[in-house]
Design a protein. Structure first.
Length: 118
């Protein structure tokens, strides 16, 4: 089964930057919305950012100005540029995709760990 695969996670010092990428593991039909979620230890999964096929974006209020989401429609890929990282950004980051005709995210990646040290 085709899945989304994240890459780019790792360990970074506070104030640093990371760029996460997400791509399908194989051929995938056109995705409408794509997004990033994250889950910190002991917390619920939360939305980080969301981007429509037309390029409209939505961010968690606490992340505006530090994170930027972008996508390549032709490749069904999505990226997340994370700047000025803080220890509270430490989490597993998940990529998600919404297929045409769906009202919810029906494709998910397995997650990539981002750890920000103080």
């Amino acid at each position: 089964q085709v899945q989304l695969v994240e890459s780019g996670g790792g360990l970074v010092q506070a104030g640093g930057s990371l760029r996460l990428s997400c791509a399908p593991s194989g051929s995938m039909s056109r995705l409408n919305a794509m997004g990033w979620y994250r889950q910190a230890p002991g917390k619920q999964r939360e939305l980080v950012a969301h981007i429509t096929r037309g390029g409209s974006t939505n961010y968690a209020d606490s992340l505006k100005g530090r994170f930027t989401i972008s996508r390549d429609n032709a490749k069904n890929t999505v990226a997340l540029q994370m700047n000025s990282l803080k220890p509270e950004d430490t989490a597993v980051y998940y990529c998600a995709g919404m297929s045409a005709g769906s009202w919810y995210y029906d494709y998910w990646g397995q997650g990539t760990q981002v750890t920000v040290s103080s």
